[in-house]
Design a protein around this ligand. Structure first.
Ligand SMILES: [Zn+2]
Ligand SMILES: [Zn+2]
Length: 384
């Protein structure tokens, strides 16, 4: 294992990040702490990229070959239910997605590479804000991330509960889905609940639309591909004895290919418009793709698996895992650079086996040495 931090130091650091969670782009203290650790290892730091993002640069030798490693820094607006002593000190904020661990593993590798290893090229460690609202990667790109730091390729990983601790999984092609938000506004004529024939009730039409939307995945998408349509809110201006004249239906969809996303959008639009016309109601439909699919380049996916196999053995690496329908804004970086997104098992027991984003989840400290070593090996394989 290639790490110069002792395991206990990594655990201590991870728990410090865990107890001080910050949200979205407001990760100032986290960012400052990362900067000071990088500087203490004599690593060149560039900050305020995409507001609170930062990049650590480790250049050795003369080659212009380069590689990027990205770690996300933000937490979630969740009240932590865990009772251990390093639980969140900030009410309503929690590292419930394990980004505290992602940051620690990247720092462990950066420090080790800077202080203990020789290679020929440049390793960039990219610390990104606002992954959870999926705006941070694009903000860093818009702020010149790839113009200022010319990386040949970029990698990121995410811990995954439910997968054995320390096992790796990735795949060539789409690994996480897109997320699109939709908004359906219905305008009918509200009125007395005993006189429905005098108006146009938006609940009756809205519920038919909601039911019909569920036929899209089963009847419009090729059964060999996956997708999800989820209605998450149905808001009306009705009251106990007043039929609503106005309704809002909100939700999101997930797709694993641009084609499926297009089919879902077009099918939703025709269901909404057709149903509205049939009932003589006014409808407005909006659809916005907020996060794109994360698409791994085949060569980099193979390389990422090969490095994992060397570290933990072939039997602990799935190089052709099922794609996941959650979304990840590392997708934006992979639209600009070849690279790979890798999953690392967080375990199946206790708080480490709880679903990401749940209030009793915790990042698995057993991953810290493996994860740090993985990033070191990846850089050394590429630039060694
Ligand atoms: Zn998350
Ligand atoms: Zn996450």
């Amino acid at each position: 294992m290639r790490t110069s931090y002792l395991e206990n130091d990594l655990i201590k650091l991870r728990r410090e990040f865990h107890s001080q969670p910050e949200l979205n782009f407001d990760v100032t203290e986290t960012s400052k702490k990362i900067e000071s650790i990088l500087r203490s290892a004599n690593i060149e730091v560039h900050n305020n990229i995409g507001r609170t993002g930062l990049v650590g640069v480790i250049k050795k030798g003369n080659s212009n070959r380069s590689i990027g490693i990205r770690a996300d820094m933000d937490a979630l607006p969740v009240n932590e239910a865990n009772t251990f002593d390093y639980r969140s000190k900030h009410d309503g904020k929690m590292h419930a997605c394990g980004h505290d661990g992602h940051v620690t593993m990247a720092l462990g590798a950066a420090k080790h590479l800077a202080e203990k290893e020789n290679f020929d090229g440049t390793a960039y460690f990219v610390f990104q804000p606002d992954e959870e609202q999926t705006q941070g990667a694009q903000a860093m790109i818009d702020d010149g991330l790839f113009d200022r730091f010319s990386m040949d390729e970029i990698y990121a990983f995410h811990n995954l509960p439910g997968m054995d601790v320390g096992t790796f999984a990735t795949r060539a092609g789409t690994i996480t889905g897109s997320e699109s938000l939709f908004r359906i506004e219905l305008k009918g004529i509200g009125g007395h609940s005993a006189l429905p024939h005098m108006g146009v009730d938006t609940i009756t039409v809205g519920t038919q639309i909601i039911t019909a939307l569920q036929s899209i995945v089963s009847r419009k998408l090729n059964p060999a591909v996956n997708g999800v349509v989820s209605v998450t809110e149905f808001i009306t201006d009705g009251t106990e004895n007043v039929l609503p004249g106005h309704a809002l239906i909100l939700g999101d969809t997930r797709a694993l290919s641009p084609d499926s996303n297009k089919i879902m959008e077009e099918s939703m639009k025709s269901i909404v418009n057709g149903m509205a016309q049939a009932h003589g109601i006014e409808a407005k439909f909006e659809y916005r793709t907020r996060t794109n699919m994360t698409i791994n380049s085949p060569e980099q996916a193979r390389f990422a698996s090969m490095v994992a196999e060397k570290l933990v053995g072939k039997e602990n690496v799935d190089e052709d895992c099922e794609p996941k329908l959650f979304s990840e804004d590392f997708s934006q970086m992979l639209m600009k650079k070849p690279g790979c997104y890798i999953l690392i098992g967080n375990g199946i027991d206790g708080s480490c086996g709880k679903t990401l984003h749940s209030s009793d989840y915790d990042f698995n400290d057993k991953l810290l040495v493996t994860g740090s070593s993985y990033w070191s090996e990846l850089v050394l394989e590429k630039l060694g």
